[in-house]
Ligand binder design. Structure first.
Ligand SMILES: CC(C)(COP(=O)(O)OP(=O)(O)OC[C@H]1O[C@@H](n2cnc3c(N)ncnc32)[C@H](O)[C@@H]1OP(=O)(O)O)[C@@H](O)C(=O)NCCC(=O)NCCS
Length: 169
């Protein structure tokens, strides 16, 4: 049975391990891994939150959520959102599934659960970036109701589609 729970401080290295394994499962440039410090800041350091999927107590997939607030990387700025809406933006910052567990719909399960969580924090916008060649991730976000907005170059030279979903009217 696969269970999902919110992240805690001990999840940094299990998440990092899934991240590096998943990185090897997609063509170079389709996914960018984050360093452990970035993960720690988002799962307990106040900049975001996260969810992990577990099989027999082992982390097999995760989603990291970032609350960018007034930071320069707020994707709301790329979309031209009004300044008073930037504080209600959540980024689906990173999501990955251990290659041995891909194909079980875990990205959709995790992002759906993350959306429910950030709604309880009052967030209005769920935004993310996906490589235009990352067909699995793009298809999943479209299925979840995200709209393709613009193409940008980010993360040191990688093309990305910015997608957006309004979580409440
Ligand atoms: C994108 C990702 C999270 C999707 O994982 P998932 O939730 O397990 O994918 P799904 O269950 O929706 O899989 C749908 C289909 O795509 C296939 N698939 C998913 N990811 C795949 C991959 N990396 N390589 C080959 N096939 C893959 C599945 O096997 C499944 O095929 P099927 O329908 O024939 O059974 C996963 O591919 C991954 O971790 N990729 C690396 C990290 C990444 O790109 N993250 C997203 C950044 S925006």
């Amino acid at each position: 049975m696969i269970t999902i729970r919110q992240t805690g401080p001990d999840d940094v290295w299990p998440i990092r391990s899934v991240m590096t394994a998943a990185l090897a499962s997609v063509p170079m440039g389709d996914f960018v891994a984050d360093d452990p410090d970035f993960i720690a800041r988002h799962i307990g350091g106040g900049e975001g939150t996260g969810l992990v999927a577990l099989s027999k107590q082992t982390v097999i997939a995760y989603v990291l959520v970032r609350f960018p607030g007034r930071a320069a990387d707020n994707l709301g700025l790329d979309l031209g959102l009004p300044a008073d809406e930037l504080g209600s933006v959540a980024h689906m910052e990173s999501v990955a599934v251990d290659p041995e567990w891909q194909g079980h719909g875990l990205q959709i399960r995790l992002v759906t659960a993350a959306e429910e969580l950030v709604r309880t924090f009052g967030m209005v916008w769920s935004l993310c970036t996906v490589s235009p060649t990352n067909t699995y991730s793009l298809a999943n976000f479209i299925r979840l109701g995200y709209e393709r907005k613009i193409n940008v170059v980010k993360y040191g030279g990688f093309e990305r589609v910015v997608l957006a979903k309004r979580l409440r009217s």
